[in-house]
Design a protein around this ligand. Structure first.
Ligand SMILES: [Zn+2]
Length: 169
């Protein structure tokens, strides 16, 4: 994806107040140019100042769309069970996938309504797709016949569906 500056990122969030958006902390290494933009289809990170808060910024025309997500408290689950990210379809041990909950945009969200999705717990779908990061303790390796470009397309389609559910409010 094209690199984004902090102003564009803060302006992208659709499901929080401007005040909340101003308090979000940028990803670790952001100021040092350590974000691997060339390998990312979207930017996802955990707020360094608030571990229960995660952020997604999805490129788009004319502007990127940013989502604020909550990471609910740990769910007890067996480490031996594998789970799949619903965006990039990477298989993980259960701890490698987390349920993220997004308040809906607009009045519905302010009334407390939200939608949830299971994603790679570190929000690094782009890196798993490219083999730059490997799931820990993966038990099942599904053989994929799709090319990398096709798998990226599929992930972005899944992500757009989630984003649209939030935007629909
Ligand atoms: Zn993923």
């Amino acid at each position: 994806m094209e690199p984004l500056d902090e102003r564009a990122i803060r302006a992208s969030f659709v499901n929080c107040s401007k005040g909340d958006a101003s308090r979000i902390r940028m990803p670790a290494g952001f100021a040092d140019g350590a974000v691997p933009w060339d390998d990312l289809d979207f930017l996802g990170w955990t707020d360094p100042g608030a571990p229960q808060r995660a952020l997604l910024v999805v490129p788009g025309e004319p502007d990127p769309t940013g989502l604020v997500l909550r990471r609910p408290g740990a769910v007890r689950s067996s480490a031996m069970r594998s789970s799949m990210c619903r965006i990039c379809l990477t298989d993980h041990a259960a701890s490698g996938v987390a349920l993220f909950v997004a308040p809906l945009a607009g009045p519905a969200g302010r009334r407390g309504n939200s939608v949830g999705e299971y994603l790679c717990a570190d929000l690094a779908c782009s890196l798993y797709l490219r083999g730059r990061r490997q799931p820990r303790m993966r038990l099942v390796r599904r053989e994929e016949t799709l090319s990398l470009a096709e798998r990226i397309d599929r992930a972005m389609t899944n992500l757009a569906a989630f984003t649209n559910r939030v935007l629909a409010g």
